[in-house]
Write a protein that binds this ligand. Structure first.
Ligand SMILES: [Zn+2]
Length: 282
């Protein structure tokens, strides 16, 4: 059983400390939220999740993400093309993404990356689309949200090359490895390149105890939390739709694994989200 009290108690604690949590990776535009999107966002606020970054997976979904960020004050957008979509993506689509990325509510480029597990798109197309988005992130001085599944070697090589010539004027603000589940060595390589690592509810799935040492090794100023909703529901809601209101469960699990308080994880990850995505700063 998780400690940390009821949802209401958690919210009171967060409000009392003037704290909130940032869901740095959600897909609010997806059809699973069509019925009750406003309710989902309201429930997140009730649970202390004040800010949600909704992440596009292709041009159309990126446009929807921006529209949601315009409509809801607690929602920000990331725009990009997921590796699953790479085979259908043309350079013109990335140029269009570049245009909508200039919107003030857009805080990152992504979801970009490589997925050699599902291989829904040929690897060559995935690499090309990722490279275009890395260039775009540099051009617009925006961080990049990286999806990487069974492609660590190629990803590390590519990013190492990228970070050699990408000097961000804001310092270490290159991006985030979303849904990180690699080993300690891989974590260190990403951290050395200036990336943040984002963790979700999957850290509480059965047989994941061996990941605890990796989770403990992440410096407090590089950790982010996310839901990846509607996917990756917490263990207690497996088989059902995930939503941002469940994010405090991940904060509680992290607090237990890292042996610090719920408030500490909430404060650190929120500060880190502000440092990386810098919304409201011109
Ligand atoms: Zn995602």
């Amino acid at each position: 059983m998780l400690d940390g009290g009821s949802r209401l108690e958690r919210r009171k604690r967060l409000n009392g400390l003037n704290l909130s949590i940032v869901d740095t990776h959600a897909h609010l535009d997806m059809h699973q939220f069509n019925r009750d999107r406003a309710g989902v966002i309201a429930r997140a606020q009730d649970a202390g999740v004040s800010t949600i970054i909704t992440v596009g997976v292709n041009l159309e979904s990126s446009k929807k993400a921006v529209a949601l960020a315009e409509k809801y004050p607690g929602v920000l957008a990331a725009v990009g093309c997921h590796p699953h979509e790479a085979t259908t993506v043309q350079k013109a689509d990335i140029d269009e993404i570049g245009k909508i990325a200039r919107h003030p509510r857009v805080v990152a480029i992504g979801e970009a990356g490589l997925d050699f597990y599902r291989n829904y798109s040929p690897r060559k197309a995935q690499l090309q689309v990722l490279e275009w988005q890395l260039e775009l992130a540099v051009k617009l001085h925006l961080p990049i949200i990286i999806h990487c599944r069974q492609a660590e070697k190629d990803m590390l090589n590519l990013l190492l090359d990228w970070t050699k010539w990408y000097k961000d004027p804001h310092g270490q603000r290159r991006g985030v490895i979303h849904c990180f589940s690699g080993d300690t060595q891989t974590a260190r390589q990403y951290l050395n390149m200036g990336f943040y690592l984002a963790l979700g509810a999957y850290i509480g799935y059965p047989n994941t105890d061996n990941a605890h040492s990796v989770i403990r090794s992440i410096p407090q100023d590089r950790l982010l939390v996310e839901t990846d909703c509607p996917y990756l529901s917490p263990q207690s809601h497996r088989g059902k739709r995930n939503e941002p209101a469940y994010l405090p469960l991940t904060v509680e699990m992290l607090a237990q694994i890292r042996n610090v308080s719920f408030e500490t994880i909430a404060r650190e990850t929120t500060q880190n989200a502000h440092c990386l995505f810098r919304w409201g700063i011109t």
